[in-house]
Design a protein around this ligand. Sequence first.
Ligand code: HEC
Ligand code: HEC
Length: 272
Amino acid sequence: MWTRYLAALLLVCAAFAQEDMPPAGRGAGRGGRGSTRDFLGLGPPPDAAAAARGEKLFAPNCAFCHGEKARGASAPNLVRSALVLHDERGELVGPAVAKGFPDKGMPAFPNFTPAELADIAQYLHLQVELVANRGTYKRLNVVTGSAPAGEAYFNANCKSCHSTTGDLAHIGARYEPDQLQNRFIWPAGGRGGGARQKVTVTLPDGQSIAGTIRKIDDFDISMTDSAGVYHSWPRDSVRIELEDRLAGHRRLLDKYSDADMHNLTAYLVTLK
Ligand code: HEC
Ligand code: HEC
């Protein structure tokens, strides 16, 4: 999981790094010639009609694990997936979805038609496009905000989950500013992703058991409870609630103004 994430991150960073040196000189091209898709080294623009059809398939079948708008929940954020970024017309996404990753917790979806798989791929590409468009502007202005304003924003919105002397101590020394910005905007897929997904299973008699998922597919769910005891049930016989660790971050994603993001970055880079 970690190596896959790292590969995706490197890919995105490599795409950024290339664009970072336009022939006319650094910074000259803001909002200029290159489109966001060139900027990210992405393929053809998504087809809006296909993406809208794909959304209707994604919501009931995939959002449960990959999160609303594919931004990650118990399963990886697909907006930053190397597989999705390399795909153009569903040639990589289609087979991955049809076969699934049954040993890693993603069921196969053998019943989608090729056209449906292509629509799902377009939906994912549209999500990449939407996130990338916010990224363009930020990338070129990454440390221009106000650190004191960022600190105030942090104290109001982040302190309930993070500490600058605990988990985020020296975060400014661990990442380059633009990577750091990516980390707080889209942390999904980092440490403790799908492999240690917490879950609460409610049995038909109303008893609830909390623990960590071992395996989940179309038919069965297995987990280890807090005492370390292994359980397994047919999936349709129990109610499953996954803990959404990154819910806080997805809520913030819709809330940040561009100024908030710049200010936060300016503050976090001071945490050396
Ligand atoms: C039960 C949870 C679950 C469901 C439902 C699910 N996935 Fe997944 N998916 C996963 C997990 C876990 C992985 C990561 C597998 C791994 O670690 O290699 C994954 C991986 C993927 C990948 C590959 C990402 C990469 O970078 O390698 C794609 C693409 C994907 N899923 C798309 C979908 C789509 C589209 C749907 C709905 C049709 C879907 N998934 C439904 C759990 C799920
Ligand atoms: C509701 C809880 C919650 C809130 C609120 C929250 N975060 Fe997070 N944050 C998390 C979780 C969970 C992770 C994933 C940690 C992991 O992967 O182990 C995370 C990851 C991160 C990371 C990546 C850390 C790393 O080492 O790569 C950064 C940076 C971060 N958050 C910054 C912020 C900032 C800045 C805010 C406020 C604007 C914020 N977070 C608000 C829960 C939260």
